[in-house]
Design a protein around this ligand. Sequence first.
Ligand SMILES: *Cc1c(COP(=O)(O)O)cnc(C)c1O
Length: 476
Amino acid sequence: MNYVSTRGKAAPMHFLDILLGGLMEDGGLAMPESYPRFTPEELESLRGLSYPELAFAVLSRFADDIPADDLRALINRTYTAQVYCNARDAAKTGEITPVTTLEPGLHLLELSNGPTLAFKDMAMQLLGNLFEYALDKTGQSLNILGATSGDTGSAAEYAMRGKRGVRVFMLSPDGRMSPFQRAQMYSLQDANIFNIAVRGMFDDAQDVVKAVSNDLAFKRKFAIGTVNSINWARVSAQVVYYFKAYFAVTKAAGEEVSFAVPSGNFGNICAGHIARMMGLPIRKLVLATNENDVLDEFFRTGVYRPRGTAETHATSSPSMDISKASNFERFVFDLVGRDADVVRDLWAKVDAGGAFDLSATPYFSKIAGYGFVSGSSSHADRLATIRATAERYAVTVDPHTADALKVAAEHREAGIPMVVLETALPAKFEETIQEALGRQPARPAGYEGIEALPQRVEVMDADAAAIKAFIAAHVG
Ligand SMILES: *Cc1c(COP(=O)(O)O)cnc(C)c1O
């Protein structure tokens, strides 16, 4: 499988070549040259496979430069009940990503029973094992530098802990995360994990990461890398659970299913788009945003207008608080018929701080053909949905999943199952659950009292020079 750039000016590469990198050399994102397709017969032959078997069936099409036995071993080591069945019914049944039926035709796909109780574990754990495998082969090492306001940082740390050749330097805003989130990250005692609490806000931490990454000499000398959501391996690993859910809610070939996805950087729903392009009979991809509705605006109007920091709201579904959607370029590449010249023109506007408008182009009318519809949800909607879901189905959902449930309800069709992706557990968002339900969410076994564990964190100023010195001192 060759990977090409959405901007068309980079040499084609293979899966392992793009694994450790970020953007392609022309500033675009990596995309498979063509989508591997499953015929309806091939698709049916996957019905009944276990999660690791299904993951191999899908990922072996994308990572064909990894010997099949190696890939199978990596996948089998990653997708285990021990890692992915920490909560809800999965803790009893040992099933990875089970589907819970709320009522006939409405289902929750549980993606958040992994170590950090959010769906980012689904792909990040595989990334940890892939990194270790790739670094082992070349004898190189990698120092991952990131900034987090919550889910990404903890998922990355739990995926990379103890991995040979990998260190993680994760910046977080000092005192701004919830006590639970702080405990999750800072209680890790692994020697290759470094938590740095930066005095300031998330944006200050993010700015330090940018400043360090822009120092190319430093970046090269210390092999600085990232685990951000444009990483192709992450996106491809997320394709798998769309197949898993499809088989869980259908009985026979050709039946259609719709998915509703709480979206931020467009990584999760991009995987749904890819599953559809591979032949999975997906009817609708329902994109849900919170008050940060840059993507809902695009799918309704054809205008893509990334926001500035001042226009980006801090909401009660914080993992969807984005100003621009970093994976969105992948979908637009397909939408414009894979014409990289068009993508380059559009992103010349975006990268200059502007917007683009497809409403008067033939591309706009093609969106429906890709199954996309959208909607947005507010704080009041979120609380009402959490309350209604608890009352009707006796299920507590987290604020992000609530956004998707709210928008899913606007797009249900008779006879078509709607699967809502559960991207985090309510235990991570106690304040909002308390506000909605007047009580605290249940904590899965093993997570009680984690706030009392000893913590390992360095508090530092948001100063790039100081952070560089810290990294240099800890890279032996
Ligand atoms: C990251 C995240 C999202 C958004 O996912 P994208 O792939 O960025 O669209 C939604 N919900 C939760 C809980 C998340 O952690």
